[in-house]
Write a protein that binds this ligand. Structure first.
Ligand SMILES: Cc1cc2nc3c(=O)[nH]c(=O)nc-3n(C[C@H](O)[C@H](O)[C@H](O)COP(=O)(O)OP(=O)(O)OC[C@H]3O[C@@H](n4cnc5c(N)ncnc54)[C@H](O)[C@@H]3O)c2cc1C
Length: 395
């Protein structure tokens, strides 16, 4: 079994292939989908133009949250209560789904349940935060409002208030993805990675026909775009914009538990700051997003963003000796309504996709795996409509 820090090498595509399902992309979305599809008896091929898990999954700080980047009440106003509540419920249910997956894999991949603390930025937000608390509680999520005194007492944080949710978690997304690919292969999935496995065109139909950079053809009954933020010719125009995001890992702290319960921490401000702990004693601090994705421009800011993130984290926890150890940057998406696109791709027969995640990509990969299995095996899934590509662009 692979250990954290190892890489999995798979052969590049060297022949034409026929399959039940072609999965394009071997990040957490593609690896999880391939594992589910192969486990359901579908002859599955997964192609990645790099090694497995070298896309944004490798950069992920992997907080697991049922809470979307868009608060529930705001999402209800934007997309209506049915879709908003359905999206929140699907993400909340993903925790039990993920635990069942890890159980079946025999791999914890650093998974741990954590509380999630959502901090108010200023006092004016408190009435809205109380309403948000009630709305979330109405969906059956364990959530409570903390006023300034309770927040100070429980977490030692000076903010006007917060929501404390019992549902949250963390995982080593990179390790999980490698393990899923390995398990999918053990179930018969053919995994191909390298420059020749890049899909350069995909045609819907029966069968779907993909052409690769190596000049080979993959014919499959269904195809799935799990290409993250890099290759999404199936997305409707203006469906998503890309955002640069930054993360810092601190030098390990001596304190075994820097704050109570190692809760996930984030906030109402946009772009938001977030923090989590990792088992070796480090704190990961992330956020400081910028509304562009150009890699040179993004990386030029890494030093100043590192300082900004560490300063913000110290302001929350002045007594912790938070020093940056390493920092990195990546990309994620913002859609007009805050939801990803998961479902059948319009005008591409038998092609499905799961793309344009915001900060909840790992949770959405879990949600997507069931939807993609339903679509490829049965032709439908009840949640596909929630995140459909054909929903009206709103925001
Ligand atoms: C810094 C950072 C922090 C984050 N923090 C969190 C967090 O705390 N919680 C959370 O839930 N999410 C977080 N995310 C988001 C999350 O990591 C991503 O949404 C998730 O990893 C996306 O997984 P994916 O498999 O869909 O895409 P990716 O991991 O990007 O995988 C896509 C794969 O497709 C391959 N590919 C692309 N085009 C082609 C092609 N034409 N042919 C073949 N292969 C192709 C790529 O090589 C890549 O391996 C974070 C992201 C970043 C960058």
């Amino acid at each position: 079994m692979l250990q954290s820090g190892e890489r999995a090498s798979w052969p590049d595509l060297e022949s034409d292939v026929d399959a039940d399902v072609l999965v394009i992309g071997g990040g957490i979305t593609g690896a999880l989908a391939a594992w589910r599809l192969a486990g359901a008896g579908l002859d599955t091929v997964l192609l990645d133009r790099r090694e497995i898990a070298q896309g944004s999954t490798a950069a992920s700080t992997a907080l697991l949250q049922y809470e979307l980047d868009t608060p529930l009440l705001e999402l209800r106003r934007t997309v209506g209560s049915d879709r908003a509540d359905g999206a929140y419920r699907a993400c909340a249910a993903a925790f039990d789904r993920l635990e069942a997956i890890l159980e079946e894999l025999g791999e914890r991949a650093g998974f741990a349940r954590r509380q999630s603390l959502y901090l108010a930025r200023d006092g004016d937000e408190l009435p809205d935060l109380r309403r948000e608390c009630d709305a979330r509680a109405g969906l059956g999520v364990g959530v409570e409002f903390l006023d300034r005194q309770s927040l100070r007492h429980q977490f030692g944080i000076e903010r006007p208030g917060a929501l404390l949710s019992s549902l949250g978690g963390e995982v080593d997304a990179y390790r999980l993805t490698l393990r899923l690919a390995e398990a999918a292969a053990a179930l018969g999935a053919r995994i191909r990675s390298g420059p020749g496995s890049e899909v350069v065109s995909l045609q819907g139909g029966a069968p779907t026909i993909a052409r690769t950079a190596s000049g080979h053809v993959v014919r499959a009954t269904s195809a799935v775009f799990a290409t993250g933020y890099e290759f999404a010719p199936c997305l409707p125009p203006r469906a998503a914009s890309l955002v640069s995001t930054y993360a810092v890992a601190t030098v390990p702290l001596a304190a075994p538990e820097p704050w109570p319960g190692r809760a996930l921490i984030w906030e109402t401000a946009r772009p938001y700051l977030y923090l989590r702990t990792i088992p070796d004693g480090r704190v990961i601090v992330g956020g400081a997003d910028e509304p562009f994705a150009d890699a040179d421009r993004r990386d030029a800011l890494l030093e100043s963003k590192t300082a900004q993130l560490i300063d913000s984290a110290r302001a929350l926890f002045p007594s912790l000796a938070l020093e940056a150890d390493c920092a990195w940057a990546g990309v994620f998406a913002e859609t007009p309504d805050g939801l990803p696109y998961i479902g059948p791709v319009p005008d591409m027969e038998n092609v499905h996709g799961s793309l344009a995640y915001g900060g909840n990509g790992i949770t959405f990969a879990v949600v997507a795996a069931d939807i993609l299995l339903g679509l490829c095996r049965d032709g439908s899934h009840p949640h596909a409509a929630l995140f459909g590509f054909d929903r009206p662009a709103r925001g």
